[in-house]
Ligand binder design. Structure first.
Ligand code: DC
Length: 228
């Protein structure tokens, strides 16, 4: 097994951006596990299968093929052979994914696939349950938190830059709802692993968070006598 760095935290904490930058700096593979749950949600939505229809979801899971590829800087996500990199980030998937990600049979299918990805290489994996469920023995565990107001502000700014004008209040209330779903679900809830190191990004910029995360990784690996 290679070195595993687990980064967990809520939506909008900057996990995706930070993980990408840290992976580039360390020259290791980064794995965005949210993309895999987004694929499951998209496959179900495309086939009109609702989160309550567990038998149908089981059938979908039996045949699902998710691949995370890298093309230069870009991550390409293939669902059953089709490039869905953009489609999994649409409002439609955003709104539905938490419900599908909370289903036990979905997690029972996806978790072992993620565990296999760390078999033979050094990885940095980001998600909600990486340090608690997927890799409880990860070499480094970081929990990246951020106040919900700051997360909403960032999303609002991102949207404005993309030409979307969802009101701030609406973004905030949808984040609050998503947070509730993720932290209160029965399977694999979003929670900081006891031995994870907390980084609060509320008052830090991207560079500051990246530097802090890199320093933690270096210190933790040194402490364990490991090297990338
Ligand atoms: O990080 P994201 O917004 O792309 O995640 C999409 C959804 O998947 C979100 O509802 C949280 C869920 N998720 C999860 O339950 N476990 C993970 N390890 C990663 C994401």
């Amino acid at each position: 097994m290679g070195i595993v760095i687990a980064i967990d935290g809520p939506a909008g904490s900057g996990k995706g951006t930070i993980t990408k930058l840290v992976a580039e700096k360390l020259g290791i593979v980064n794995i965005d596990t949210g993309a895999m749950y987004r694929c499951v949600a998209l496959d179900c939505l495309n086939k009109n299968v609702m989160p309550e229809e567990l038998d149908k979801i089981a059938q979908i899971l039996e045949h699902i093929d998710i691949q995370l590829l890298r093309e230069g800087e870009k991550q390409i996500v293939l669902l059953n052979g089709q490039d869905v990199s953009k489609e999994i980030r649409t409002e439609r998937v955003d709104a539905a994914v938490a419900k599908y990600a909370a289903i036990k049979i979905v997690r029972d299918k996806i978790t072992p696939i993620q565990q296999k990805m760390g078999d033979d290489r050094n990885i940095i994996m980001e998600g909600r349950d990486i340090g608690t469920i997927v890799f409880p023995n990860a070499d480094v565990k970081i929990f990246l938190d951020c106040s919900i107001e700051e997360r909403a502000k960032r999303r609002y700014k991102q949207n404005t830059e993309r030409g979307l004008n969802t009101p701030y209040e609406e973004i905030l209330s949808s984040l609050i709802e998503r947070n509730k779903l993720e932290t209160e679900r029965e399977v694999a809830p979003l929670v900081k692993a006891e031995d994870a190191i907390l980084v609060d990004s509320s008052k830090l910029n991207i560079q500051e968070v990246t530097d802090r995360v890199l320093k933690i990784i270096e210190e933790e690996l040194n402490r364990k006598g490991k090297k990338i």
